[in-house]
Write a protein that binds this ligand. Structure first.
Ligand code: FES
Length: 98
């Protein structure tokens, strides 16, 4: 049961750690994940959850403010705001706007 983190060039399968955000996990494991603010405003950490959304926290107010409803429905999240809440297979790809 791993979390697959796809950065811009680096992809790694890492152990899930509940309470950690996707961005924190990516940085801990040297995956080249975009980020700047870590506060939910820059969207450099934006990512697409391709599998296992049920093992991640629900979108929070910062994500609702920064992302469109459509993006959230498609599975886009902010890596700095999305926390691991359960142990299960997850696949997330960093997809900033630019
Ligand atoms: S790092 Fe800026 S929104 Fe996540």
């Amino acid at each position: 049961m791993t979390i697959e983190l796809k950065g811009r060039r680096v992809t790694k399968e890492v152990e899930p750690e509940t309470g950690m955000t996707i961005l924190e996990l990516a940085l801990k494991h040297d995956v080249d994940w975009g980020f700047s603010c870590s506060r939910g405003t820059c969207a450099r950490c934006r990512c697409l959850v391709e599998e296992g959304a049920e093992f991640l926290s629900e979108p929070n107010d910062r994500e609702w403010d920064r992302l469109d409803e459509e993006e959230l429905e498609e599975g886009f999240r902010l890596g700095c705001q999305t926390a691991v809440i359960g142990m299960g297979p997850v696949k997330v790809r960093n997809k900033p706007y630019f």
